[in-house]
Design a protein around this ligand. Structure first.
Ligand code: LUZ
Ligand code: MOS
Length: 771
């Protein structure tokens, strides 16, 4: 089934926040953010801004009618700064004007006097100063201390990954419309309607039932709108509440990039021990997470780093420690993978270091240590593993051995270009690690004309979840998908939703839809049995017709629905689903937190230009564990997008803050994301057909986040290509591997002066040959 939004997307008719017709009297908001990363607010002068044309009001923390606090996990984030600013761009005032242009023009007229304080941007420095947002977290399995003695080889190192801008195509924004008796109707570009409702309720001092958050769809979220839509929604709602006028704020790109948090940069230390046959016996990792100036979701992200610190490998002795370090950057937040990718990068770096030191290919160590069913993860859950199946199928399907020898031949024959290949296995746990978030509800109405309206807590953000919800309802009722409409996501219709996140949205909401539809179906079957004077057990619905046994009757779906209505039988149902089995104790760090794991292996091949340091990704070939995909078109799309986004994080995208904490990569001219020229020339995706049962909807495993981590393979393939040119290059584990870093590594002669193959003469002859 095609994505149900495809035609309106192509015609430009799909409605996003900024497409909602503006109500007369609407004011436009614009936030004035701190120009300085850290300091004490001495004074704020709004007079010139207030005198600007069109300006109606400028709100500060003094105008907050409820609690000036939007921190979810830790109450450390004011809606509007009071006396202390913690990051550049931290909202201090909110301007309301008759037009968007007037609001933005007035921002420039605000002056502040801030006594600067020291700016910390480095997480290790923050940790050394004791600036932690929550206490250190540790996951432990076995006993590393005694395990080192059993190791034939021990390697240590550091590995850093940088942040990543979400770059959803639709920027953050909200539109608040006051209702009678202090109610607020809010349109918000959020992954978490309930999170927005809660934040608004708290900062306005109104009960949650007064706040209706309604979301049609987002132009992308990637985690950036799991929590960070709250700020803009709360500001708009506050202004609407105070001024009794509709208020809209859709951030422009530069505001969005400067004021919102990103993927967390991490700096990490590792120590890995292997025995003589290359079995990994012990692994120790210390993660320094750059959380930014407030907690936001950082403690949860930190925990997922620990959950995924051994990726697809079984390691019997593990100690992993993680620090949530407070710095003077915008609060970093959820981003596809939610800390998992950062943890996986470090174990892959440790394996790469071990392999290089031992003079073997990393794949030898990777393959040797893949987990198997029954192996224990450091958090106590036992693996139901497809790691070996994915790996083996990738090696055979994509003829990895043959390609290695082809690459070796290519590298022997070429000086100007070198190729590298790396394998990247992935194992990602599906469920919110905070167990109580794993619940969802669905409301299904069957109307008397036979059409069906479905509401869930799922937010459509391009990932195709609404299409999957249609499929669930259509399959349960056995009716045409065209009969089914997925309604907007509204806190009036579905309460207490978890954000659309953690790759779990289709599973959680799909199960709720399945339960609701099944309940209605059972009532319809009872009606059919009465109408047809037969046994309920004999009734089935098939392709819009009622059957008794295998005999088609003259009852259509529509006729049956009308009959049920005539008998005063409810054609509506509100259903609840909570993932069974899962539990986790954060104190002991043990439990069974995930409904299941998604596995896969990618083979990534790259070619570098040894004169320029530029590179291309030749191919990403994947074997992916879909379970039994309910929509291969959508799932392939998710994988292709994830791979490209992962490669972007690992190779091109460079979030740069200067020492003063100001974002330098603040626009698309200075922040390079993958474009059509830099995407892999080939992406192939093989399905691993798995037989085992799982908790996914229709056994179709979650597919949102896991494929991002295939992109990590590109980083290691680039290292291998560099080493083909300069075998003794020192290459720090420091992602992203930008062309500049490739070039520096290619010509790194510190460890092996004069060993380089490239001289001007050689370039000239090779250019002649290659042309
Ligand atoms: N969000 C969250 C997530 O609140 N908890 C999670 O475990 C999670 N995992 C992935 C992505 N978002
Ligand atoms: Mo997400 S990182 O699943 O919002």
């Amino acid at each position: 089934m095609k994505n149900i939004d495809s035609s309106t997307h192509v015609r430009g008719e799909s409605v996003y926040l900024d497409d909602i017709p503006v109500i007369r009297g609407t004011l436009f908001g614009a936030a004035f953010g701190s120009p300085i990363a850290h300091g004490i607010l001495k004074s704020l002068d709004l007079t010139a801004a207030e005198a600007m044309p069109g300006v109606v009001r400028i709100l500060t923390y003094k105008d907050v009618t409820g609690e000036n606090q939007i921190g979810g996990i830790v109450p450390d984030e004011p809606l509007l700064a009071e006396h202390h600013v913690h990051y550049c761009g931290m909202p201090i005032a909110f301007i309301l004007a008759e037009t968007d242009e007037e609001a933005h023009a007035a921002i420039k007229k605000i002056t502040v006097d801030i006594d600067p304080l020291p700016v910390i941007t480095d997480p290790r420095e923050a940790q050394a100063r004791g600036d932690l947002i929550v206490g250190a977290r540790t996951f432990r399995l076995g006993d590393v201390a005694t395990a080192w003695e059993q190791c034939a080889h021990v390697f240590e190192g550091t590995a850093d990954t940088n942040g990543q801008e979400h770059l959803y195509i639709e920027t953050q924004g909200a539109y608040a419309v006051p209702q009678e008796n202090n109610g607020i109707k809010l349109y918000s570009s959020t992954q978490g309607p309930t999170a927005v409702q809660r934040a608004v309720s708290r900062s306005l001092g109104l009960p949650m039932h007064q706040i209706d958050v309604d979301v049609t769809r987002l132009g992308g979220g990637f985690g950036g709108k799991e929590d960070q839509a709250n700020m803009w929604a709360a500001l708009c709602a506050l202004a609407a509440h105070v001024l009794k006028r509709p208020v809209k704020y859709a951030l422009n790109r530069i505001e969005d990039m400067a004021m919102t948090g990103k993927r967390h940069p991490y700096s990490s230390d590792f120590k890995i021990g292997l025995d003589a046959d290359l079995t990994i016996i012990a692994y120790e990792a210390t993660f320094y997470q750059n959380a930014g100036a407030a907690a936001d979701l950082s403690p949860a992200v930190l925990e997922r780093t620990l959950f995924h610190c051994t990726n697809s490998y079984f390691i019997p002795n593990v100690t992993a420690i993680a620090y949530c370090c407070r710095t003077n950057l915008p609060p970093n937040t959820a981003f596809r993978g939610f800390g998992g990718p950062q943890g996986m990068f470090v174990i892959e770096a440790a394996i790469a270091k071990a392999a290089y030191s031992l003079g073997i290919d990393a794949a030898v160590i990777q393959a040797k240590n893949l987990n198997q069913t029954g192996d224990e993860f450091p958090y106590g859950q036992k693996a139901e593993s497809e790691a070996r199946a994915c790996w083996d199928k990738a090696v055979t399907t994509y003829k990895v051995d043959m390609r290695r020898s082809q690459i070796a031949d290519f590298n022997a024959a070429n000086i100007l270009y070198k190729k590298g290949v790396a394998l990247m296995p992935v194992c990602f746990g599906i469920s919110f690690t905070n167990t109580r978030m794993n619940q969802a509800r669905a409301l299904v109405h069957v109307y008397t004309d036979g059409s069906v309206g479905v509401s869930t807590g799922a937010v459509e953000m391009g990932q195709g979840v609404n299409t999957k919800m249609v499929q669930v309802a259509a399959q349960v009722f056995s009716i045409l998908p065209e009969r089914i409409k997925i309604q907007s996501t509204s806190t009036y219709r579905i309460a207490n939703t978890s954000p659309s996140a953690a790759s779990a949205t289709a599973d959680l909401n799909g199960r709720a839809v399945q339960i609701a539809c099944t309940d209605i179906l059972n009532r319809l079957k009872a009606v059919a049995a009465q109408e047809l004077h037969t046994d309920e057990a004999a009734i089935t619905l098939k392709d819009e017709w009622v059957y008794v046994g295998d005999q088609c009757t003259d009852y259509t779906w529509q006729r049956l629905v009308l009959a049920a209505y005539g008998r005063r039988i409810s054609l509506s149902e509100h259903a609840h689903y909570a993932t069974p089995v899962i539990h986790f104790d954060p104190v002991t760090g043990k439990g069974h937190p995930f409904a299941y794991h998604v596995y896969g292996t990618a083979v990534v091949e790259v070619t570098i230009d040894c004169v320029r340091g530029t590179y291309e990704t030749d191919a990403v070939n994947v074997v992916h564990d879909f379970g039994a995909s309910m929509n291969p078109l959508i799932d392939r799309g998710q994988i292709e997008g994830g791979i490209v986004q992962g490669i972007g994080w690992m190779t091109l995208e460079e979030v740069i803050y200067d020492k003063a904490g100001r974002l330098r990569s603040n626009a698309l001219s200075t922040y390079k994301v993958p474009d059509i020229y830099s995407v892999p020339k080939e992406i192939t995706i093989e399905f691993l057909q798995t037989q085992t049962d799982n908790l996914a909807i229709f056994r179709s495993k979650a597919v949102g986040e896991p494929p991002l981590m295939y992109g990590i393979g590109a980083y290691f393939a680039l290292r291998n290509a560099i080493r083909a040119f300069n075998p003794s290059a020192t290459i720090p584990f420091d992602a992203p591997m930008t062309p500049e870093k490739v070039l520096l590594a290619l010509y790194d002669t510190i460890s092996a002066p004069a060993a380089l193959p490239l001289t001007n003469d050689k370039i000239a002859t090779d250019l002649a040959v290659n042309s």
